[in-house]
Design a protein around this ligand. Sequence first.
Ligand code: FAD
Length: 448
Amino acid sequence: MNKRTFLKIISAMTASPAVSPLIAWVAGDKLKNWAGNVDYSTENLYSATSINQVQEFVKKQNKLKVLGTRHCFNKIADSTDYFLSLKEMDEAIALDPQARTVTVAAGVTYGKLCPYLHAKGFALHNLASLPHISVAGACSTATHGSGEKNGNLATAVSALEFVTAAGDAVKLRLEKDGETFLGSVVGLGALGVITNVTLDVQPTFLMRQYVYENLPLRQMQDHFDAIESSAYSVSLFTDWQKQRIDEVWLKSRVEPAQEFHAPPEFFGAKLATRNLHPIAELSAENCTEQMGVPGPWYERLPHFRMGFTPSAGKELQTEYFVPRRHAVDAILAVERLRDQITPHLMISEIRTIAADNFWMSPCRNQPSVAIHFTWKQDWPAVRALLPIIERELAPFHVRPHWGKLFTISPDQLKASYEKLPEFVQLAKKFDAHGKFRNDFLNTNVFGG
Ligand SMILES: Cc1cc2nc3c(=O)[nH]c(=O)nc-3n(C[C@H](O)[C@H](O)[C@H](O)COP(=O)(O)OP(=O)(O)OC[C@H]3O[C@@H](n4cnc5c(N)ncnc54)[C@H](O)[C@@H]3O)c2cc1C
């Protein structure tokens, strides 16, 4: 489905006054994910505008999945029966300045929420590389940004409201519900339809972004900790060739104790003198402002601007998490595969993420490093390559991103998530008959 068609559908959704309105599908068009590599298995897409509508719809259907902003690269969101969209439920419901929380309807995107928060004097702790994704979809798959002290986006969640398979509305809070809450936030879409999310906020802040070019691999190897702790958020971009990190993106808060005073040289890399795209040859017009120009947090934390298409052309993505203590060894293990990887690669990004305690988070109980691959859209070639990379990363207890492409076996996944059996039981508590399960979840989580 192209952008024009999706917009048509969205305006059809907006115009309809009916409860759980059926979206008249445009004949001949396939419902696809953002990258276009997944044709969803049904085009039965309905839209809800209230919790009552969600409850009514859920009670009526035997099987359904919520479709967020369709940014996953695998079939975690797929359904053979029905999709429910909460795109129209996208308002900030309550900002509590004393408690420093904001409660939002689950369909909101970070792109819509962040300017609202900033205008009210507040900020989130971190963002992903682009703001176009829904809060509920991002938190459900443990989506993350970068920064040694920054947990993934789900770590901002302090309460969660969802509709169970029976149509009941449930509210879970961190302080009241303990482990049940920790099992539910990174819920992989398996527990119910999330309707509201409460997020921790902090006073708004400004940031500056600097980019350095050509950091020798040897410097990364010898000074990884110093490089990663030099700014609030650090991203290393590389095509794995020439023994170098092509670009280092440093995002620093404009605050006395935090500010990064950009020297002309950083561990052998040179300060860029123009805005850069992560792939240096591409135009930087869709990238957030660099060169140390101060701006609000939500216009510096993502790499890509809200108003622009975030990437050039079609792509696939894969990302692997390993414990932070193995960062350098894991990066070097991937680097040794450079001549197999680079022909299929657009760019790789290396980020660090603080530990959290969500049952199904790849960063559970371990500060992590994430090694990301944006691939050319050639799935047969990528599928052949992934087991080779996964084999090299296996000694480091690798875990894949839940929303990206991987070939790690269900048995290996099970072995790497000690809480997986409890998660299965928790999901069954809210969804006894698998209303929210699909092939992806059955294969990778529920064991066939
Ligand atoms: C260009 C690009 C850049 C990206 N950058 C990053 C990045 O920097 N960091 C990172 O970690 N990831 C990144 N991702 C991956 C992406 O952010 C995640 O996979 C995220 O899940 C996308 O959210 P979504 O709403 O689009 O999810 P969808 O694909 O629509 O859904 C994902 C899952 O969430 C469930 N879900 C969605 N809404 C609800 C709800 N209301 N209730 C219950 N379940 C729900 C779905 O059923 C599904 O299981 C990127 C993806 C793209 C395309």
